[in-house]
Design a protein around this ligand. Structure first.
Ligand SMILES: *[C@@H]1O[C@H](CO)[C@@H](O)[C@H](O)[C@H]1NC(C)=O
Ligand SMILES: *[C@@H]1O[C@H](CO)[C@@H](O)[C@H](O)[C@H]1NC(C)=O
Ligand SMILES: *[C@@H]1O[C@H](CO)[C@@H](O)[C@H](O)[C@H]1NC(C)=O
Ligand SMILES: *[C@@H]1O[C@H](CO)[C@@H](O)[C@H](O)[C@H]1NC(C)=O
Length: 332
């Protein structure tokens, strides 16, 4: 009798939370309707005990390999679904049909490659993260026309082409991250629909140049990252419309010259907002424009004195800013 009482007492909190069930191995924060299953030996979606009221669900660092429409149907109020670092390899075209409030879907660190048409059409997504998967081609059919997505992260995949048709469906996009892919070119009009774009990350690709009109529609661009490509040539009017740009990274490319006037439109650059380091500058007469611009805008440049000549032999290692008119004239 006594032990029963003890037991009942022990179990009281459990029963008292009767309606507030929680899937085994997961943590539930009932007040904010959030469920987190973090680094636990789950191999299947945690359906059992998942409250219908759940609005935020995180399943990360587990061994689940799939997730189905029926499983998501059990949480129709879901707004955020974070599936970071699991073993998902595919998604069904109807996956999101039962979650009409889902605005954030994060699928970072899975093994997704081909995805079916309409896979992201059924929910009012604003944030879509497909980072660090093995996607080779981003298909326009994934999304509805005029999608409300504002944040798209496809960094760390195997894209070789910029997904022009997909981007045309994203007029509300504010952040686009395509870093760590294999992009070789940005064709002329691929970014034209993105008039609200604030942040564009193209670092760590294989771009050797950009089309002169590639950035003409993104007048509100504030952050542009182009580090670690193989850029060796930039059209003189490439940045013409970027009067709002605060940060531009061009470090670790193959630039030996930049054309006269290229940097003139960038009137909003932050202090140290322009990174030109680690490029093989050729210090001949044609470097004069850059040299004068650097001298005049030193504060806006990141480590300006480390922008140095790679050629000719006689000037190797010299800071561009320190070169005299005579030294440059000798080389032209
Ligand atoms: C779900 O939310 C409703 C309304 O806020 C509440 O009455 C109910 O107890 C909740 N159910 C669960 C299982 O949390
Ligand atoms: C996932 O499976 C692997 C291999 O079976 C195992 O070593 C690992 O501990 C599992 N991970 C989790 C979070 O259970
Ligand atoms: C985008 O959002 C608006 C306003 O919430 C809505 O009317 C429209 O249907 C949404 N578009 C899509 C494609 O979901
Ligand atoms: C660009 O930014 C300005 C100021 O923040 C804003 O008024 C304008 O609507 C933006 N343009 C677009 C196309 O979003």
């Amino acid at each position: 009798m006594k032990s029963w009482c003890g037991l009942a007492f022990l179990l009281l909190p459990y029963f008292w939370h009767g309606s507030l069930s929680c899937p085994p191995l997961c943590k539930c924060y009932h007040r904010r309707a959030e469920v987190v299953c973090n680094k636990v030996p789950l191999t299947e979606y945690p359906s059992e005990g998942l409250s219908k009221n759940t609005t935020m669900l995180t399943i990360q660092f587990t061994n689940i390999t799939s997730i189905s429409e029926q499983q998501l149907n059990a949480t129709p109020l879901l707004q955020g679904l974070h599936l970071y670092s699991n073993h998902l390899q595919s998604l069904s075209a109807h996956l999101l049909r039962g979650v009409p409030h889902l605005n954030t879907l994060d699928l970072t660190g899975n093994q997704l490659s081909d995805l079916p048409a309409d896979v992201f059409s059924h929910a009012p997504l604003r944030n879509l993260v497909l980072k660090n998967n093995v996607i080779q081609k981003a298909d326009a059919e994934w999304l509805p026309d005029n999608s409300n997505i504002t944040w798209l992260d496809m960094s760390g995949n195997s894209l070789t082409k910029i997904p022009t048709a997909l981007l045309q469906k994203l007029p509300h996009l504010v952040n686009l991250d395509l870093a760590y892919n294999r992009l070789e070119q940005i064709s002329a009009n691929s970014l034209d629909a993105l008039t609200k774009l604030d942040r564009l990350n193209l670092c760590d690709n294989k771009l050797d140049t950009l089309d002169a009109s590639a950035l003409q529609s993104s007048r509100n661009l504030t952050y542009l990252f182009l580090s670690r490509n193989i850029l060796n040539k930039l059209p003189h009017n490439l940045f013409q419309e970027l009067t709002q740009l605060k940060l531009l990274s061009l470090d670790e490319n193959q630039l030996s010259h930049i054309p006269e006037g290229l940097l003139d439109p960038l009137s909003s650059l932050d202090e140290e907002g322009l990174d030109l380091t680690s490029n093989p500058w050729l210090c001949d007469g044609k470097v004069k424009y850059l040299q004068r611009w650097l001298q005049k805008n030193k504060k806006k440049v990141f480590l300006p004195e480390t922008i140095t000549c790679a050629r000719p032999q006689s000037l190797v290692g010299r800071s561009l800013m320190s070169l005299t008119e005579d030294e440059l004239n000798l080389q032209s």
